[in-house]
Design a binder for this molecule. Structure first.
Ligand SMILES: NC(=O)c1ccc[n+]([C@@H]2O[C@H](COP(=O)([O-])OP(=O)(O)OC[C@H]3O[C@@H](n4cnc5c(N)ncnc54)[C@H](O)[C@@H]3O)[C@@H](O)[C@H]2O)c1
Length: 276
């Protein structure tokens, strides 16, 4: 059975839409008949995604800007609304990750990661959200991470930014909910995108990341996109200020060695240690 998301005719802007999760959200929305603005600092990648969307028969435009600039964001969103009409939805998927031990983390890296992941998310939400609030309708999905909930060695800036995105989401949900705009956050675990493939050795992905995931694999970007589409749709009409984890169960517990079968507990269980 296919749920009717009724997103046809909606207009959605996606930051980070040139690659990975954002790109997959764009293609999924295009298949539902939405019009899409691909907002990304990678103009070539954004243009490629727009061409793929056009091949699906949907409308799409490139909005090339750096989410760290509030003035460029404002100007780009104004131009998008001129081209496509009022925005109904926003997905903030632009993000970077520059792993480094906290002791050596350069101020420039800290500023860049906080600037893109947290400040950039705010500026996009603010520019799109103030228009949605004025019209009394809209839905926003921000992209957090499992790192919104916990630390990850070598990612002080990334974890701080993703925890911040959840705080920001909750604030906006409270400020804008009664004015017709819902704001929710998705927390993916490791997802098979260029960000992961670029930055993390294959044997770490297969031996550590998959091993600590109860569903025993990476997420596919389409599995994150489908939850984004749900949150944009009226099926989620009473969901506001939520953090929805799309993490295969990573955040469900501790000691998830062996695909969630907590190695030592299973061993002790098998030895009858827990029996009365
Ligand atoms: N891939 C994962 O495992 C994973 C897990 C949890 C959360 N996330 C989050 O999901 C989001 C998307 O990640 P992804 O894996 O698809 O990454 P990705 O690298 O494939 O795509 C990120 C996109 O953001 C764009 N971008 C980067 N800086 C920008 C800027 N300053 N202005 C505008 N655009 C900019 C890039 O050009 C790129 O197209 C990020 O926020 C990331 O932190 C990813």
């Amino acid at each position: 059975m296919r749920a009717n998301l009724e997103l046809s005719g909606r207009t959605v802007l996606i930051t980070g839409g040139a690659s990975g999760i954002g790109r997959e959200c764009a293609l999924a929305l295009a298949r539902e008949g939405a019009a899409i603005a691909i907002a990304d600092s990678n103009e070539r990648g954004a243009t490629e995604t727009v061409c793929e969307i056009a091949a699906l028969g949907a409308r799409a435009v490139v909005a090339s800007f750096d989410v760290r600039s509030p003035t460029d964001t404002e100007a780009a969103i104004e131009a998008v609304e001129r081209d496509l009409g009022p925005l109904d939805g926003l997905i903030t998927a632009a993000g970077i990750s520059r792993p480094a031990p906290a002791t050596d983390l350069a101020a420039e890296s800290w500023e860049a990661v906080i600037g893109v992941n947290l400040s950039g998310t705010f500026y996009s939400c603010q520019a799109a959200g103030r228009r949605m609030v004025a019209r009394g309708r809209g839905a926003i999905v921000t992209i957090g991470s499992v790192s919104s909930l916990g630390g990850q060695s070598g990612r002080a800036h990334y974890c701080a930014s993703k925890a911040g995105v959840v705080g920001l989401t909750r604030d906006l949900a409270i400020e804008w909910g009664s004015r017709g705009v819902r704001v929710n956050c998705i927390g993916p675990s490791a997802t098979d995108t260029p960000m992961i493939r670029r930055g993390i050795p294959e044997n770490f992905v297969s031996r550590v990341m998959e091993d600590r995931t109860p569903l025993a694999r990476l997420a596919q970007p389409s599995e994150v996109a489908s939850v984004c589409l749900f949150l944009l749709s009226d099926l989620a009409s009473f969901v506001n200020g939520a953090l929805i984890m799309v993490d295969g169960g990573v955040s469900a517990g501790f000691f998830t060695r062996g695909h969630g079968r907590d190695f030592s507990s299973q061993t002790l269980l098998a030895q009858g240690v827990y029996s009365e």
